[in-house]
Write a protein that binds this ligand. Structure first.
Ligand code: PBG
Length: 325
């Protein structure tokens, strides 16, 4: 019997050899923790569809931000859950709105030690739950929504955010926000654009996390899950409009899009390991069907391997601790 003279297993023989030839790094600095902050909450509120994740109070938010610094995370992504919603999502623009207060709180707590990012979208603030304002026929009005996004960007910049993160998939949102920020001399505030964001069932648990009011779907603005070329196009458009970082979302079902986007642009690329991806692993682990910690690290490593420079994940703090071991 002829033996193979090509033996890739040689480089897998010891942990030291495997470490030497590892192609993909996973480090805390590459991880971003999404954080939910609930207006008026006296205590953290559990999210049943996302075991281990809570809606924070302003106090526990600050504590979590300090933990993120200690863990060496790359940053935090803030989401606000207001007590009152209206058709225009006015809470998003109000300097005393929960998200803007959360930004102020976190910046006061961590200063420049952590990159502070904020979701820039109306869906948490509108009573109809859409990412934009509606016209008289009930359709999302792209260009009127841009005006709201501009105002929201300015409120977030005034609160001290490092990166605003438009996630509403309106056409022209990056250019519009960039222009608004620059006109008010916020040239140092960056834009992390949710560029290729798909209309995904994997956002399900998030909708509970933010008490979403949405009925129906977002298919007139978020992308069709089957479209890769369009995802790359969206990312290129956003770079041309001034995005500093582009994002693909969700991550796991879209690793091919992530890889294609990484090759197509010359800015950092982020991926969002979304709520449904988190919940699937947690649920399987709870039943003893999957080995939780290796599954978490494999998930994040795979997203990195596909091309993400930055990974948003609800496991950020825990993964950082696992990587420290
Ligand atoms: C919109 C937004 C969503 C998520 C992040 N930003 C929900 C949506 O588009 O319906 C989903 C995040 C997740 O599922 O973890 N502001």
């Amino acid at each position: 019997m002829a033996f193979p003279d090509v033996r890739p297993r040689r480089l897998r023989r010891t942990p030291a050899l495997r470490r030497l030839v590892a192609e993909t790094d996973l480090a805390p600095r590459q991880l971003v923790l999404p954080i939910f902050v609930r207006e008026g909450a006296g205590e953290p509120v559990a999210i049943s569809s996302m075991p281990g994740v809570v809606q924070h109070t302003r106090e526990t938010l600050k504590k979590t931000a300090a933990e993120a610094v200690a863990a060496g995370l790359g940053g935090v992504m803030l989401f606000g859950i207001p007590e009152h919603k209206d058709a225009l999502g006015s809470g998003a623009v109000d300097p005393a709105g929960i998200l803007n207060l959360a930004i102020t709180d976190v910046v006061a707590e961590v200063g420049d030690q952590l990159t502070v990012m904020s979701d820039l979208c109306l869906d948490e603030f509108t009573d109809h739950g859409h990412c934009g304002v509606l016209d008289s026929d009930g359709r999302v009005d792209n260009d009127r929504t841009l005006e709201a996004y501009d105002a929201m960007a300015l409120a977030q910049a005034a609160a001290g955010v490092d990166l605003v993160s438009p996630s509403g998939m309106m056409d022209g949102q990056v250019a519009s926000i960039r222009h608004a920020l620059d006109a008010e001399e916020h040239t140092g505030v960056g834009i992390l654009a949710y560029s290729a964001k798909y209309a995904s069932a994997f956002y399900g648990p998030f909708r509970e996390a933010v008490d979403s009011s949405l009925s129906g779907d977002r298919r007139t603005y978020q992308q069709d899950p089957g479209n890769r070329i369009e995802g790359v196009r969206e990312a290129k458009i956003d770079v041309a409009e001034g995005a500093d970082i582009v994002m693909v979302k969700p991550a796991l079902g879209y690793l091919d899009v992530l890889s294609a986007v990484r090759q197509a642009v010359d800015v950092p690329v982020a991926a969002y390991n979304v709520s449904g991806e988190y919940a699937m692993v947690e649920a399987a682990a709870e039943r003893g069907w999957i080995d939780r910690e290796p599954a978490i690290l494999e998930t994040l490593t795979s997203i990195r391997r596909a091309g993400a420079d930055i990974v948003l994940t609800y496991w950020a703090l825990e993964a950082a601790a696992l990587l420290q071991r």
